[in-house]
Design a protein around this ligand. Structure first.
Ligand code: NAD
Length: 454
């Protein structure tokens, strides 16, 4: 909630004053702040683990591997920042021979970062790395649905950063809307597609540029030319990590009919290996974030035929890892982003049908393809569009800082991670310089007889 004394407008005004001091333009300052952020995270590792456990029953390993992992982004930015901030020479056409051209990255000013609840720590701090690296002042608005993580983040940020430079505003939809009513220099939003539209509409009133990291249904195609066990393990992990509440989780499987039964048996085996006979007892399986999402998912379970899993426990917000066969494309499970531990399976006899299905739907955030067949890889890459692609694995594309991460169309606008984060939070200022060596007069009036110079 925004306190009575500090309205959104007050906070922004203070941050604008801070930005005007020029402190954030100093690269040494930015690097120092990134180091402080890293130190803060290292000092609070166990508190972060506990907060994520309280919010999502997130296993400690998953918190390290997917939330505290942001430290790698910080290290990457610290290592490369001096290079990123350098003005880059640009080529000039032959007629501009005595000119020089350069592109200067400059900070945007005061930026807003709004986060979701599913990776509530990483998806606030990771864009923050880009905002700091690029030299901005930042307001953070984490999700109210992960209150323990939100409070911890608030404490950490308040303890180590001047609020006129970086501050966190906790609260829900109303708080978010109060912030969105103000003018920012950039808004970075991670969340659902429908809220993304609300954010973009609010930003349009001020002509504020946006980065929208949204969701969607990410397909996972499985061909016959695979290593079956490895494929099953990688899909099972990617789907059921964080109980399926991952924006880039394989949403549904498109499996070659010839391999379907073998693949399903292999995934069932993996589920037993990973979570035991009763995943409700496993320390390695997370819970659904809220009753609302639990009810939504319980409803989805009515679609198709459960071939493993299907157990639910409302009190514990537990939904077992579930495979659904014989679903129809009209079922809710195939219409909306699932965002839970339910994996529907659709078989195909001809890859062209799988491609056509993907292309008949909004462009997904991720696309997964398991095959060693190079020409099939090429074909799927050429004939489909998605935010990103991971061949023969799942999720790990998120962890490579040199790969821009983002969606396309309904799955998002813009990208981040590594240099892409720096670029997202920077303006590329083009600077052209002439010299006084020569002043050829072909462009000056009177123009008579000069058309031939063009
Ligand atoms: P959400 O859109 O409901 O909420 C995200 C944020 O927006 C929260 O901070 C919330 O307080 C705020 N918000 C909600 N309604 C609002 C409104 N009407 N006006 C203004 N602000 C509002 O998303 P969520 O449920 O927290 O997260 C799940 C969604 O996020 C899924 O669709 C998932 O795919 C997507 N997601 C995308 C990525 C990515 O990197 N592309 C990552 C994680 C999650």
């Amino acid at each position: 909630m925004i306190g009575e004394l500090s309205t959104a407008a007050d906070i922004i005004r203070k941050q604008r004053e801070f930005f005007q001091t020029g402190k954030t333009k100093d690269v040494a300052f930015r690097i120092a702040q990134l180091k402080i952020l890293k130190q803060t995270i290292l000092e609070n590792e166990q508190a972060i683990v506990q907060a994520l456990k309280a919010d999502l029953h997130k296993p400690e390993f998953e918190t390290y591997a997917t939330e505290i992992l942001v430290i790698k982004e910080i290290d990457y930015a610290i290592k490369n920042l001096k290079n990123w901030v350098k003005p880059k020479k640009a080529a000039v056409p032959i007629e501009f021979l005595q000119y020089s051209a350069k592109i200067y990255p400059e900070p945007l000013g005061v930026v807003l970062i709004i986060g979701p609840w599913n990776y509530p720590f990483n998806l606030i701090t990771s864009p923050l790395v880009g905002a700091i690296a690029a030299g901005n002042c930042t307001i953070l608005k984490p999700s109210e649905l992960a209150p323990h993580t939100s409070s911890l983040l608030a404490e950490m940020i308040a303890k180590y950063f001047d609020p006129a430079y970086i501050t966190l505003v906790a609260g829900g939809v109303e708080t978010s809307q109060n912030l969105l009513a103000e003018k920012f220099d950039h808004i970075f939003f991670t969340g659902g597609t429908s809220v993304g539209k609300i954010v973009m509409e609010a930003a349009a009133k001020h002509l504020t540029p946006v980065t929208l990291e949204l969701g969607g249904k990410s397909p996972c195609i499985v061909d016959t030319e695979i290593n079956l066990e490895q494929t099953a393990r990688r899909i099972t992990w990617g789907k059921f990590i964080n109980a399926g509440q991952t924006c880039i989780a394989p949403d549904y499987l498109l499996v070659d009919k010839k391999i379907k039964n073998n693949l399903l048996d292999a995934i069932k085996k993996c589920l037993k290996e990973f979570y035991g006979d009763n995943p409700a007892k496993s320390p390695d399986f997370a819970r659904i974030i809220s009753q609302k999402h639990f009810d939504r998912l319980a409803n989805v379970l009515k679609n198709g035929e459960v071939i493993i899993g299907g157990e639910i426990n409302s009190e514990e917000l537990y939904i077992a890892p579930t495979l659904l066969d014989n679903v129809s494309l009209e079922d809710a499970v195939m219409q909306e982003e699932i965002f839970g531990p339910i994996l529907p399976i659709i078989e195909y006899s001809d890859i062209k049908d799988a491609i056509a299905l993907i292309n008949s739907r909004p462009k997904p955030l991720a696309l997964y393809l398991f095959t060693q067949n190079k020409s099939l890889q090429k074909r799927v890459l050429q004939e489909t569009s998605s935010g990103g692609v991971c061949l023969n694995d799942t999720i790990l594309q998120f962890g490579v800082p040199s790969l821009p991460f983002g969606g396309v169309n309904d799955s998002g606008i813009g990208s981040y991670h590594g240099k892409a984060s720096f670029d997202t939070f920077s303006h590329r200022k083009s600077v052209l310089q002439n010299s006084f060596l020569l002043d050829i007069n072909w462009r000056y009036a009177p123009y008579k007889g000069k058309l031939g110079f063009l």
